[in-house]
Design a protein. Sequence first.
Length: 458
Amino acid sequence: MPDGPIDMEGLPEIRAGSARVEITPPVGTALAGYFTPRTSDRVEDPLYANALVLESRGERIALVSCDVICMPGDIADPARGRIEERIGIPAGNALICATHTHTGPEMRRGRIIPTNDEWLESVPGLIASSVEAACEEMFDAVLLPARGYEDRMGSNRIGRRPDASEVFGKEGTLGPAGPIDPELMALCVRDRQGTVRAMVANYAMHADTVGGNGISAGWPGRMAATLRNIYGDQCVTVFLQGTCGDINHGHWYESRWVGKGIEKATQMGRAMAGLAVDATELAEPLETGEIGCIFRHVDIPYYTRDDEMRAEVEQLRAGDEISPRDRYVIDAFEDWPHDGEVARVPVQVMRVGDVAIVGIPSEVFVGWGLEIKHWSPGRWTFVAELANDWFGYIPTSDQALRGAYGAKPILSRRLEADGGRKMTDAVQVAMWDLWEGEAEHDRPRMGEGGSAVPPNDT
């Protein structure tokens, strides 16, 4: 007889541990997310480093999501190094990512928004502490991977104009310039008594709903709070932000729902929590438990200043009134240090049985996430952006030349126009290397059968 609500006989022996450590900076810390400074004056809800450790056959991996805007390498690298030194999990086996809240502290030094350097210096240690705490209370686990479908929460925020150029927004456009990714991927982690100890959730949606001057984890934080209300305080939510570089909560239709503020974050968080619960409560447990990880760097050239961008900067400089965003472009163009340089871009692929977990840096346009899923060898594929480093936005190769925010060099794009293809190609190679050339099994592909959720497939 099973010793809980799930029959464990024959399931793989997997150990797990989960923990969260608060990382909220002091009130008065400047908030990231926009081109004008905001000074925090209260805490709407605390920020956390949320950690999950999985172990099978002597191999361990760690997932850590942090309630911050991004995860630059000068934070992620020392954090992964401390995880290896203090806990013994190889640095390359730790995926450290950001939820992309726009009401948290600035993580990138030297930008418009000032950093709280004293707090920033503490973050790698706090991240390592969350993994250490997860390892202190490991338990025999059963993993339940699942997928849900939600296409009403937001939209592609880039619009296509009649002249084939693209802009951020809808004014004067023909319609959205790209797709969304409607899949919510979820991995529920239960102990043998059936208690939900962690929930990994992956969905592509900017965490830019709250605004104002309060520190907040945004809708991912409200999702985590809802899941704790349902399952108990022991439930740690590791939110892996999907490829949302061109996705936000705005719509291409009229709605009576409030579009901004804590109320909007609460609505979205509750909806996504409900979707994760529905998907995983009906899921079957993972039948295989192999654990592995590949961490590689791919060399991708930075953008190098050209005459076209120089002409745009001169036009901005000649304007009667220069906005904070335009001032940033002018100054950043003149100080651009990366002409002719090559970036070392980390890509990471983890395997847990038939589950693939991909970590890629930066704010990535959704087309690349869909491509990674389409060619994945895993039955369930989680794609986490803002992982392990930051290189601005990664638009698709064609959109990189069409002018919208997210594609504009220096303002938002730091790598060459074709950088996204090189990164996602490297991910595809790493995925199939990790699966060691196994024959492809029956699994859903994004874009096949007209739906992201094939019938009878959880």
